[in-house]
Design a protein around this ligand. Structure first.
Ligand code: SF4
Length: 708
């Protein structure tokens, strides 16, 4: 029976953590208590949940840390006071109008999140681009996915993941590059484990400077030096070409750029590549042989490639392996970037980034700008790309940006060179924080605080990593006066005097978004909540032309979305533009996730059970590097560089490469002590195309910490 919120019973929704997008059933009892279990009917997880998903109910049952009422202050010296929604939004609108009139529309910005629902992303994007007249909207997905987005567009002509999860059970070989899905995308990895158990001939290759849980299933682990991924991918490409393990017919008929690529990969011998990567030569041959012998080949990757100053080139060099072997657009094949956040894909569908427009339209294309402006019936769209994530905080620092509205993200833990971001917020003339938690590090800087509804307290849709759109049902009311994010933005738009935000339901927003996709490559025109409820989920494009059937795979016809209709093979340079180690800072720092925490712990940090796995931050360091510095296991160590320092306990491990150290990215301030915040040490260096930060390569020194 379909439930409406407020009733006891079972509700179907989707996990709000990673981009795997597992289906969840929320059971609600007469006391209003909720309990979650995996949805056995959901095609993604078939009833399974990982440790984070199965403990989700604890994050909503405990409301002691929730923001309950709007708050506001009139100047930076005041304490914020509780106010009504109208007072908070009227004042915010007045301040925004003042800045826009005095300094222009680019003086204000929205910094949002891959956790926002598609409808929320849609109205925020419409507001800033279509009515305020600026493209200053960016998202923490910039820190996560933007290199993959740029590479897909450059190679396939479209920001589109061509494969689907069902390909896991079909493939012969998976290459996991710079990712640890066993910890970060656990349910997807369980499907890989089950597929390998069912098919002993299936092979798994992993490239990672650390021996992670994912490596335990690898037939070949390439423990490469950080920053050498392109050299490795090129070496594999060279062997495939030299061994004749490429698909000449596919290359000739459906691609361009092979000659340049061939020239690029021949520049280094395999021996030289092996030496640069810090791996044995025969290992590269082994990996190439597994790929060359496979009829069906998939790649999975995440932050090890994306979070880099050469992130786009790393992505392109991996996608090239599919284009030269013709392993794309058919079952068991394809490049597959895994998303860290639950709705990074949905945010891109509505164009919720500084350089995008709805339905994957291009901001630089005047026809596309005109189409969107006409549809929205607001202002002419600005051709100027907006500020990206790190650029926003730099612009606050230099005074070009006056006001920032931060929604559902915690930049004072997650931004690179986080003290630069902190300086930006201190310098900002006006800061709005719209969130659920009263423990966020951004709150001391907020002039206006807007309490938002959390997961299961609102409805809407999300799109997971395989282009699957699912509807999230509202289960329970938000505490206090908290409101759904979309409603907050629509109320604000009315205070600004804008028409076009009078939606009578969340579904009305979704239908408008769907209509704007009509005729595009991601067409979902005609999809509504009724269809989503009946089908549980759909994979775009899904529309009248395919009788609303899911599109499991893209490019099955091998017609790509480039101008020439051919996929582009890019012979990219293999250099690493990161800041290189020095005598003072000889170690390479890489940061990442642990199994049971997510992002900046504003949700998972509330669940005691999730602290049982790893309770505190730590520095993983090789025994040789530790011995050189007189460091023993569990010693308190200080990690330093020109940006800042971090103090945590050492975990000596042979599972990390000598010369490399690892810090988890989750921890931040505890009682005003920010000494365990990994981003004190990361650099504000970005990929020139995707503008994604270089989180995976900073240089540091480590020493045993002597208490003063
Ligand atoms: Fe949630 Fe991801 Fe775990 Fe699935 S794998 S339950 S989506 S965190």
């Amino acid at each position: 029976k379909e439930q409406t919120h407020g009733e006891t019973g079972s509700y179907k929704t989707t996990c709000c953590y990673c981009g795997v997008g597992c289906g969840i059933v929320v059971h609600k009892d007469r006391m209003g208590k909720v309990l979650v279990e995996g949805d056995k009917d959901h095609p993604v997880n078939k009833g399974m949940l990982c440790s984070k998903g199965m403990n989700l109910h604890y994050t909503v049952m405990n409301t002691s840390d929730r923001l309950l009422y709007p708050e506001m202050r009139y100047n930076k010296q005041m304490q914020r006071q509780r106010v009504t929604w109208d007072e908070a939004l009227a004042r915010t609108a007045a301040v925004f109008k003042t800045f826009i009139n005095k300094y222009g529309p680019d003086s204000v910005a929205f910094y949002v999140s891959g956790q926002c629902l598609t409808e929320e992303y849609y109205v925020i994007n419409k507001l800033i681009k279509g009515f305020i007249g600026s493209n200053n909207i960016d998202t923490n997905s910039r820190l996560c996915m933007s290199s993959a987005v740029a590479a897909y567009k450059m190679s396939l002509g479209e920001d589109s993941v061509p494969a689907c999860y069902d390909d896991i059970e079909e493939t012969d070989c998976i290459f996991v590059a710079g990712a640890n899905p066993a910890w970060c995308h656990p349910i997807l990895w369980r499907r890989v484990e089950a597929a390998k158990a069912a098919n002993p001939n299936m092979k798994v290759i992993v490239s990672d400077p650390r021996v992670t849980q994912t490596c335990s299933m690898a037939d070949v682990h390439l423990q490469l030096n950080p920053g050498t991924d392109i050299v490795l991918h090129h070496a594999i490409g060279r062997i495939l070409i030299e061994q004749g393990d490429i698909d000449i017919k596919f290359i000739q008929q459906h691609t361009e750029g092979f000659e340049d690529y061939s020239h690029a990969v021949m520049q280094r011998s395999i021996a030289e590549a092996a030496q640069i990567c810090g791996i044995e030569e025969y290992r590269i041959y082994e990996a190439a042989a597994l790929i060359g012998n496979a009829k069906k080949f998939m790649t999975f990757w995440t932050m090890g490639l994306n979070q880099s100053a050469a992130g786009v080139n790393k992505n392109l060099s991996l996608i090239n392996l599919h284009l030269i072997t013709g392993t794309i657009g058919r079952p068991g094949c394809g490049p597959f970037s895994l998303t860290g956040q639950p709705n990074a894909m949905g945010g891109r569908e509505v164009g919720g980034l500084a350089n995008l427009l709805p339905a994957h339209r291009d901001l630089s294309n005047p026809v596309h700008r005109e189409e969107v402006a006409t549809f929205w019936n607001g202002k002419e769209l600005s051709p100027r790309p907006g500020l990206t994530a790190t650029e926003m905080f730099e612009a606050l620092n230099d005074g070009k940006l006056k006001a920032i509205w931060i929604i559902c993200t915690n930049p004072l833990i997650s931004m690179p060179d986080v003290r630069m971001a902190e300086k930006g917020l201190k310098n900002a003339k006006f800061v709005v924080v719209q969130d659920i938690s009263n423990r966020l590090e951004t709150l001391p800087y907020a002039d206006v605080v807007l309490p938002a509804a959390a997961w299961i307290e609102k409805e809407g849709t999300m799109t997971n990593a395989e282009r699957r759109i699912t509807w999230l049902q509202k289960v329970t009311d938000a505490p206090g006066e908290a409101l759904p994010d979309a409603e907050i933005i629509c109320r604000f738009a009315k205070h600004m005097g804008f028409n076009g935000f009078d939606y009578n339901s969340c579904e009305a927003i979704f239908k408008e978004h769907a209509a704007l996709t009509a005729g595009t490559n991601i067409d979902i025109n005609g999809v509504d909540y009724t269809l989503l409820h009946q089908r549980r989920s759909v994979q775009w494009p899904v529309n009248t032309s395919n009788n609303y059937n899911d599109t499991k795979r893209l490019f099955a016809d091998h017609i790509f979305h480039t101008k020439s209709k051919r996929a582009k093979i890019h012979g990219v340079p293999d250099c690493n533009p990161s800041v290189q180690p020095t005598a003072n800072h000889p170690l390479i720092l890489t940061t990442g996730r642990i199994r049971d925490q997510w992002h900046t712990m504003s949700k998972t940090g509330k669940v005691n059970k999730l602290k049982q796995h790893i309770a505190a931050s730590f520095l993983e360091i090789h025994p040789d590097d530790a011995a050189e510095r007189g460091i023993a296991d569990d010693d308190l160590v200080e990690i330093t560089n020109t940006n800042g320092n971090v103090r945590v306990k050492a975990k000596i491990s042979t599972q990390i490469k000598k010369g490399v150290v690892f810090l988890p990215m989750h921890w931040g301030k505890i009682l005003n002590d920010d000494s365990n915040r990994a981003n004190n040490l990361t650099f504000n260096l970005i990929d020139p195309i995707s503008k994604q930060p270089d989180f995976k390569f900073s240089i540091v020194q480590v020493a045993k910490y002597k208490r003063p």
